[in-house]
Design a protein around this ligand. Sequence first.
Ligand code: IMP
Ligand code: MG
Length: 183
Amino acid sequence: MTIPNGVERVLLSEQVIEERVSALAAQISADYADDDELVLVGVLKGAFIFLADLARRLTVRHHVDFIALASYEAHERSGSVRLIMDTRNELTNRKVLIVEDILDTGYTLDFLVRNFEVRRPSSLKTCVLLRKPDREQVVVKVDYLGFDIPDVWVVGYGLDYADKYRTLPYIAALKPETYTKNL
Ligand code: IMP
Ligand code: MG
């Protein structure tokens, strides 16, 4: 395994991620019936790999859709969220499961839940791969959680720093100097 410059250490290996994603898929498949009109809504870009792995392990029928939001520039935490691309599917009367890469302050997921509630889905749940409990500023209910992690900037498995490191197969902590030198 080659670890690129700028990466400090691997937090979650490919195998650990795979096992957890399989367990989440089993749990979700058990909770939804096959004719439920389940719609997975992945939050771009960060959740695209997680959503792809999760969706392929579901044993219940589902649709896949995406939404694009921007919350930060690089790793700056501005707290402002913008909707860049909306879903293709109507969400009214559908069972909607938001699939997000990481819950940090909670502002992004809170924004999304409020935005979706207005569309009157028949149910609305959240599935989040990573959560940083130490960073929480807004409480958002997570129905399916992958892992709690410490307050470090993580990359890989869809997550980036300034659009880099996104396709590493594992989740790794960046060296602090990698993301502080540009401040
Ligand atoms: P929140 O609004 O503070 O909860 O931020 C959530 C969003 O910030 C996520 O969807 C990610 O795009 C981004 N983010 C937060 N922490 C990290 C990290 O450690 N690595 C990569 N992206 C992150
Ligand atoms: Mg995100």
